[in-house]
Design a protein around this ligand. Structure first.
Ligand SMILES: *[C@@H]1O[C@H](CO)[C@@H](O)[C@H](O)[C@H]1NC(C)=O
Ligand SMILES: *[C@@H]1O[C@H](CO)[C@@H](O)[C@H](O)[C@H]1NC(C)=O
Ligand SMILES: *[C@@H]1O[C@H](CO)[C@@H](O)[C@H](O)[C@H]1NC(C)=O
Ligand SMILES: CC(=O)N[C@H]1CO[C@H](CO)[C@@H](O)[C@@H]1O
Length: 607
């Protein structure tokens, strides 16, 4: 990040004149064994810079939270002013807008389709279409539950994301988990996305911030630079694990989503013996499919370490998966990964098995739309987010109106505690009053700023007869049932509406298919067990129950699938869609036939 460069040369360099103090501070902190003196120092500069920026950014944030109306209106009006001379700005008369009420009156609520013609123009190279700034990139949203879409981003975005997002949550992290204020490295599971170019030469691709963008931040991670450049995922994962395992004093595990960490542990169980051999030899195995230049760089970063190799072998052979993370890395203090919405289940599994004893912190609520929320309460569960009021102008549609096309919206200061809303955003790169579909619940206020819990994404409904069973309601019913199946554990699940599957059952009425992966497949699920899900859902949803009683919906059909099915589904989606592995989310409601076929071909124990 640019800022760190500025800090390290401009501010920190003179401060380092007091080098004795700094050297003492560097020396007294717990550090990764793979650090050289130089990299230890760079690591120190990076995290010290980050926590200073975080301290200032947090003060600024608190000030804004005490004046929600002013902060939001100022943000909105300055954005409109900056973009008044764009094609969109002239079309919607931005220059006439002087209050937030004008804005709502003059502009319609929009969906992604509204922007498609504008984006086409931008891709051809026209300037000042939606935003005054030339887009640097077109992001691809994770199209795991539907189609991918191509969206523009602008330059300042990454910088603001860093200042208003990363630095603030880092500050909160250190306050809640002070044991992380050290020089231990982080194992970051990151996969480099593929890129393509639009007609005017703008890069198109998922814009996940790559650690290789910043030389300073690289010292924080256990994987060397070359490892982040590997394009194929299994090989990249192998390398991440290799360098992570080598470092016994690792401090954190980090990935975008808890599901990525969970599946990385699964991969560890498949490949640990090769990895241990590599650590012993100090060389990456010769049949790993990577470029020679990458191999050379990786090998340069390795030294033979038979002792650590044996340690890993002993730990991996000792059986239990529970707490394996803490046994491999006794000083690991934290898992950093999103655990809200559809990542709740993988996070729970992680807490109970591999990651037992290591807290999980989900720092940001962010999406392609930008920074939406900040979790400044790292120890709270479920994760709560302070709305990122400096990053977006927010409006809210009460859930009961979210089926209307142009409902009345509320402003940030008008929402109520305990209510659920669909969020509407106006962001920095030219999306105005945009309904991207997230439903949240306001659970509290921090000063005047709403604190929310993510509920689900609109569209992630099961809806065969207008009953609209939300993803989260279904999940609650399912977890309640699975509790009674103890010691059997649910590993993964997914629902499909019957219209996507040819076998329509006994009556014309539609129903839900539920695909479950559980940890013990030796005994098929009994008919009684399967029926419980339908009963539980009835007891939780009056609407669903009434359709069931009327015979308008048939009972839920439960299918058990082979272990590894959801991994296959993930590979299939990444292979066929445009989502990269960083962005992949297990869809809880599958909407395409092709993906459903993957599940169907893996069904077992059908009675
Ligand atoms: C995680 O995913 C989000 C949205 O898909 C993206 O904006 C972000 O940059 C990703 N982060 C990493 C570290 O991959
Ligand atoms: C990891 O192990 C699995 C199963 O043995 C194997 O198929 C896969 O190729 C290995 N991965 C790598 C990167 O070697
Ligand atoms: C605004 O939202 C659009 C649509 O999701 C996205 O493409 C764009 O990158 C967002 N801009 C910012 C600044 O986050
Ligand atoms: C937010 C973000 O990650 N932005 C990055 C998008 O990609 C460009 C080009 O690689 C980077 O410069 C941005 O930092």
């Amino acid at each position: 990040m640019k800022l760190l460069q500025v800090l390290s040369t401009g501010i920190l360099a003179p401060v380092c004149g007091v080098s004795a103090v700094v050297c003492f501070d560097v020396a007294r902190r717990k550090a990764s064994s793979s650090h050289t003196f130089r990299s230890k120092f760079d690591h120190y500069v990076a995290i010290t810079g980050l926590s200073w920026v975080g301290w200032f950014a947090r003060r600024k944030l608190d000030k804004c939270c005490k004046d929600v109306v002013g902060t939001q209106e100022k943000l909105l009006l300055s954005r409109l002013k900056a973009n008044a001379e764009t094609q969109y700005g002239r079309e919607y008369r931005f220059s006439d807008i002087v209050t937030r009420e004008d804005f709502v009156k003059l502009l319609p609520l929009t969906y992604i389709s509204h922007y498609e013609p504008y984006i086409q123009r931008m891709m051809k190279g026209e300037e000042k279409v939606l935003s005054d700034q030339q887009p640097v990139i077109f992001a691809v949203t994770s199209g795991t539950s539907g189609k991918s879409s191509i969206l523009p981003m602008t330059k300042s975005q990454g910088f603001l994301f860093f200042i208003q997002g990363i630095s603030v949550v880092y500050h909160s992290l250190l306050k809640a988990f002070p044991e992380n204020n050290n020089l231990q490295k982080t194992l970051k599971f990151f996969y480099t996305p593929k890129w393509r170019k639009s007609e005017c030469g703008i890069l198109i691709g998922p814009n996940s911030s790559s650690p290789t963008n910043s030389k300073h931040l690289l010292n924080i991670y256990s994987t060397p630079k070359a490892g982040f450049e590997i394009l194929s995922e299994p090989e990249a994962l192998y390398v991440h694990l290799l360098f992570g395992l080598r470092d016994k004093s690792l401090g954190m595990l980090e990935a975008n989503f808890s599901s990525i960490i969970l599946s990385s542990f699964d991969a560890l169980y498949q490949n640990w013996s090769d990895i241990a051999d590599d650590i012993e030899r100090g060389e990456v195995k010769s049949n790993l499919k990577i470029d020679e230049s990458v191999r050379e760089e990786l090998n340069n970063a390795l030294t033979p370490n038979p002792q650590r190799a044996n340690e890993i072998r002993d730990i991996m052979k000792s059986g239990s998966k529970v707490g394996i993370g803490k046994r491999l890395w006794p000083d690991c203090n934290l898992i950093l990964a999103a655990d809200s919405g559809s990542f709740d289940l993988p996070a729970k599994l992680l807490r109970e098995t591999y990651g037992k004893g290591i807290p999980i912190y989900s720092p940001l609520y962010a999406a392609s739309e930008g920074l939406l929320g900040l979790n400044i309460w790292p120890r709270n569960q479920p994760s709560l987010y302070l709305l990122a009021l400096q990053s977006m102008f927010f409006e809210f549609i009460p859930v009961e109106h979210c089926n209307e096309d142009q409902p009345q919206t509320l402003f940030m200061d008008q929402v109520e505690k305990g209510q659920e809303y669909e969020m509407v955003i106006t962001n920095a790169s030219g999306f105005y009053r945009y309904r991207f579909g997230d439903i949240v619940k306001v659970v509290d206020f921090y000063h005047q700023c709403p604190v929310i819990e993510f509920k689900h994404r609109r569209g992630q409904f099961l809806n065969v007869r207008g009953e609209k069973t939300s993803e989260s309601l279904f999940y609650q019913a399912l977890t309640e049932v699975v509790k009674t199946w103890f010691p059997l554990k649910l590993l993964n699940y997914c629902c499909v509406e019957s219209l996507l599957i040819d076998d329509k059952g006994d009556s014309y009425a539609p129903f839900y298919h539920v695909f479950l992966e559980v940890d013990d497949i030796s005994k098929p699920l009994s008919a009684e067990q399967r029926n419980m899900i339908d009963k539980e859902l009835c007891s939780r949803s009056y609407v669903y129950q009434s359709f069931r009683n009327k015979g308008s919906i048939q009972p839920i059909r439960v299918h058990q699938v082979k272990p590894g099915t959801f991994e296959e589904l993930r590979k299939f989606t990444i292979h066929t869609g445009q989502a990269s592995s960083n962005q992949y989310k297990v869809p809880r409601v599958l909407k395409t036939k092709e993906a459903v076929n993957v599940l169907l071909s893996n069904v077992i124990n059908e009675s």
